[in-house]
Design a protein around this ligand. Structure first.
Ligand SMILES: C[S@@+](CC[C@H](N)C(=O)[O-])C[C@H]1O[C@@H](n2cnc3c(N)ncnc32)[C@H](O)[C@@H]1O
Length: 276
């Protein structure tokens, strides 16, 4: 039997990146590979006809490339942290059905995947926790989950496509709490400015016909805006389309590279890195 996803919930948003990762694996095999995404999509009871229809449009393809790029940027940061802290905890915040933790597994780290209970129940069926891995049901806004992370070997947190659905004040409280609880840890996540976040709500959520879910948290100058939240935070950021990869692959058109520059520079699409 296939697993069902409830419509019009924030959980349903996990379908968008999952589908994008499958699409990018087909369209840009030199740049990106996520074989689990295609396998999982077959096992989910969800009407993909809309996504399939949209996948032919140029903007949906570019959106899919964005999703794939942010995933490889975050994986780069996780692997980089593991070089200096091989026994660290690798924590996927709002994991959906993303398997980045395991893709970065060095054979020694501890992997934690956190999401709402119904998503974790689905994940347990489709991606049961492996060695040194735990799937933890929680609401990220309730800090009770802090106690479940063994950060004795260091900790790297990443959140992909998650904080857009939080209010600024909620991200601030979470980041402050994490900074106090996990000194020496690192948090990486994708963000964008107000214009881009409005577009996410208008185009992505609307074309996918996901109702009652808003997008809120936006950042323009990360160091300036987030750096003031807590004096301990060291904040840096890199463009998320071109900050880690020059996209100079024949499969990527000149037009898409132009859009990538507009995204990074005009919309401030970025990977924010906070050292606690
Ligand atoms: C757009 S999806 C991204 C999923 C995954 N990170 C990926 O890239 O495929 C957003 C995810 O964040 C989760 N999420 C949002 N708010 C959350 C919260 N307060 N607590 C736990 N999970 C949350 C949703 O359930 C959903 O799985």
């Amino acid at each position: 039997m296939k697993c069902k996803i409830e419509r019009n919930t924030v959980q349903e948003t996990l379908i968008l990146p999952l589908y994008s990762r499958k699409l990018c694996t087909e369209l840009y095999p030199n740049l990106y590979k996520d074989e689990t995404a295609a396998r999982l999509l077959d096992q989910i009871d969800y009407d993909f006809s809309e996504a399939e229809k949209n996948s032919r449009s140029l903007m949906q393809r570019f959106g899919a490339l964005e999703v794939a790029m942010r995933q490889s940027d975050l994986a780069f940061e996780v692997r980089d942290y593991l070089k200096g802290h091989p026994n660290a905890a690798v924590v996927n915040l709002g994991c959906g059905l993303d398997n980045t933790g395991r893709a970065c597994d060095n054979g020694r780290c501890k992997i934690y995947n956190l999401d709402f209970p119904d998503v974790i129940a689905l994940r347990q069926q489709l991606l049961p926790a492996g060695n040194r891995e735990q799937n933890i049901p929680c609401d990220l806004k309730d800090t009770a989950w802090f106690g479940k992370i063994d950060a004795s070997g260091g900790v790297v947190f990443f959140a992909s496509g998650v904080f857009y659905y939080f209010l600024t004040q909620q991200v601030r409280e979470l980041v402050r709490g994490m900074a106090d609880a996990f000194p020496g840890g690192v948090l990486v996540f994708d963000a964008a400015n107000r214009t881009a976040v409005k577009m996410i709500a208008k185009t992505w959520l609307k074309t996918a016909k996901i109702k009652d879910v808003g997008a809120y948290f936006a950042v323009s100058d990360a160091a300036k805006e987030i750096g003031t939240w807590n004096s301990r935070l060291q904040v840096t950021s890199r463009g998320y389309m071109l900050g880690y990869n020059d996209l100079r692959d024949p499969s990527v058109s000149g037009f898409f590279r132009f859009l990538a520059r507009v995204g990074d520079n005009g919309m401030k699409m970025q990977i924010v890195k906070i050292r606690f």
